[in-house]
Design a protein around this ligand. Sequence first.
Ligand SMILES: *Cc1c(COP(=O)(O)O)cnc(C)c1O
Length: 229
Amino acid sequence: MTNKDIEASLRQTQARIRTAAERAGRDPESVALIAVSKKQSAEAIRAAYEAGQRAFGESYLQEALDKISQLADLDIDWHFIGRIQANKTRQIATHFAWVHGLADSAHARRLSEQRPGEMPPLNVCLQVNLSGESSKGGIEPSAVPDLLNLCETLPGLRVRGLMTLPAPSDDETTQRQPFRALRMLRDQLATPTRPLSCLSMGMSDDLEAAILEGATFVRIGTAIFGERH
Ligand SMILES: *Cc1c(COP(=O)(O)O)cnc(C)c1O
């Protein structure tokens, strides 16, 4: 895609978000767009940045680190959205502002310990498995309270909310089910001191369903950048 194509598809994605938010009776500003740039070039990221995008999501650590260093002149918020491996936590803790797929107490401890002291706490969303598909990662809803309680004792982490990555579906009613379940789980677990205000849910093919159910972050790759290389 050319830079112009990326700008145009970014605008289209922003319009989809606005339309869905209006349909839901929500403020479009309450939905933040993460441009998922895994398997896309640094040039493509730069084009989206020049069109105004600031939050980018990456899944593969080495590839992400290469692009983060190539783009160090830009004021980007980097979100790690991939699977966390224990031997990679230091680099995640050092180079990212957010982690969306936290699902393991050992990873939580390591990320907190390894977060550099001069940086603000790492923002995390706990990944919850709501479609019963173990391959998609995430913890069972019943395990969320314990991991939340642990994270609150870790000074290097700041728990912001919950994330889910359901199995794809073409049908909006089906798409909405896990998103609604995530929102209801959040509503159950939220307290005044622990609002869990972030719901990270929705991708290129189901962002409308996610926004209708309360998404505050949508993670969008192909709708912005085209197919991955
Ligand atoms: C790749 C990925 C996305 C983006 O998917 P698209 O269908 O390209 O929008 C979102 N979230 C996660 C966790 C991903 O791995």
